[in-house]
Design a protein around this ligand. Structure first.
Ligand code: BGP
Length: 464
């Protein structure tokens, strides 16, 4: 334990649209997430994001609970549609004030506020400006960043650009990013997002020289399903389209030639403006944040069926002749079918650090489960404690072995709404008393994992 830093940023995470609710309050304009529950393929059995878990109303009580848990950091996202009113750049002062109050309260409790600039909740006015394949998106994103850097730049040391940019290509419909079913070129969307990310990094370095900024993709080590050499080729291919394209472009400033050949082969190539690449090359991140839930296992596909889009962030997909994910029979699964691989967490940490040699911040890791609130107001989530015990132990091993990890912010600080599996897929250290369609009293209850994590933070990992 001697290698873990004294100022290690033990914390936890949320995102605005999944935790705040009050979507018609405070001057917020319409967002893609307000009506996503109406889009095809979205289950009618689960709630929408309108009330979420009431953080917009209860933020002060929630921060007090985060402080009681001893959190050293809190990773949250700022809601673009709460801040910007339209494409003309008009600002919603109520939105500015909400996050300023939240940041001040966190600082009062000595909790480092770590801001995700964008976490899936597009304002609908983006479509007015041509949506996600128009380069005006990068201008709108830069204008939004300018407002945030000006409003909060003196208080925020760590900025995350775009949450899970890779999921826009991997699992767009699962996280509801193209609800009107527009047939976009997913790789052109990725490029526009990479350009927007680069503009944010360059702007941050220009106007906030003391701040640090980095990407926050969802990264999973990829295993070959057998020792057959062709399956290892499938592993190399999956790594490209799921992991390294998104980190190479931001850390090295180029797209892998193998990737460019791949998108040409599947007729999904697009024109890249050399001026874009100049902007991207200039934008160097100060650290890499990434979200880890599970690893992937692949083989060279036998089938010819294309399922290029994953069913969700962690379930795999097939690209004929290129790669195909399979179940890993060595791994247990969560109640929601996600594989559990603590050793895989260490493998992923090692791979990312070996490849890029930048400080790492883990901005999501956690277990979604159907927690039960007892009549005594307790939640005995021993399964979540076990999940964290196994994953954090492996993270501490990685630190012992030389990986520079600066913080760990599991998903999620408090119960919130899953991207596509409702409030019953609970992740929080704090239980929120509501069901899918019964808002009940939204009362907060500390789960057993709250007390376990409090002790772990107090001992800087010693009580693992
Ligand atoms: C990540 C997202 C988070 C969160 C998490 C859990 O991909 O960044 O917003 O949703 O997944 O996944 P889910 O909510 O689908 O269970």
């Amino acid at each position: 334990m001697n290698k873990i830093k004294k100022d290690f940023l033990w914390g936890a995470s949320t995102s605005a649209y999944q935790v705040e609710g009050s979507i018609f309050e405070g001057g917020k304009v319409a967002s893609v997430m307000d009506d996503i529950h109406k889009s095809p393929g979205y289950s009618k059995e689960i709630t929408n994001f309108h009330d979420a878990t009431g953080h917009y109303e209860n933020w002060k009580e929630d921060v007090k609970l985060f402080a009681e848990m001893g959190m050293k950091s809190y990773r949250f996202s700022i809601s673009w549609p709460r801040i910007m009113k339209n494409v003309k750049g008009e600002i919603n002062e109520e939105g500015i004030k909400f996050y300023d109050d939240l940041i001040n309260e966190l600082i009062k409790y000595k909790i480092e506020p770590i801001v995700t600039i964008f976490h899936f909740d597009f304002p609908n006015f983006i479509d007015e400006a041509g949506g996600l394949t128009d380069k005006r998106f990068a201008n709108l994103f830069e204008d939004y960043c300018k407002v945030l850097f000006k409003a909060y730049g003196s208080k925020i040391k760590y900025w995350l650009t775009i949450n899970e940019l890779n999921m826009f290509a991997m699992a767009a419909s699962a996280i509801g990013l193209m609800p009107n079913g527009k047939k976009l070129n997913r790789w052109e969307v990725i490029h526009i997002l990479n350009l927007a990310q680069a503009r944010a990094i360059n702007l941050c370095h220009k106007i906030l020289p003391k701040a640090k900024i980095g990407p926050a993709p969802n990264i999973s080590s990829v295993y070959s399903n057998s020792s057959k050499p062709i399956d290892y080729t499938a592993k190399l291919n999956m790594d490209i389209v799921r992991n390294w394209v998104y980190l190479d472009i931001v850390c090295k400033g180029y797209y892998s030639p193998v990737f460019l050949e791949f998108i040409k082969k599947i007729k999904e190539d697009f024109v890249i403006d050399p001026k874009d690449m100049e902007i991207i090359k200039q934008a160097k991140p100060d650290f890499i944040a990434f979200n880890y839930y599970a690893t992937m296992t692949v083989e060279m596909p036998k089938s010819n069926e294309i399922s290029q889009e994953a069913k969700d962030q962690q379930k795999g997909f097939t690209i004929p002749g290129f790669t195909s994910s399979v179940k890993n029979k060595n791994l247990e699964k969560t109640q929601f079918g996600w594989e559990i691989d603590p050793q895989g967490f260490k493998n992923t940490l090692r791979e990312v650090y070996d490849r890029y040699n930048l400080p790492i911040m883990i901005t999501e890791n956690g277990l979604g489960a159907k927690d039960i609130l007892t009549k005594q107001g307790e939640v005995h989530d021993t399964y979540r404690i076990e999940y964290y015990q196994k994953h954090i132990s492996k993270m501490l091993e990685a630190i012992e072995e030389g990986v520079d990890i600066i913080g760990y912010m599991p998903w999620s600080a408090i119960d919130l709404i899953s991207t596509h599996e409702g409030v019953s897929k609970r992740y929080g250290f704090i239980y929120v008393n509501r069901d899918e369609f019964d808002l009940k009293d939204m009362k907060r209850y500390k789960k057993d994992s709250f007390y376990w994590y409090k002790e772990l933070i107090k001992t800087n990992g010693g009580s693992i």
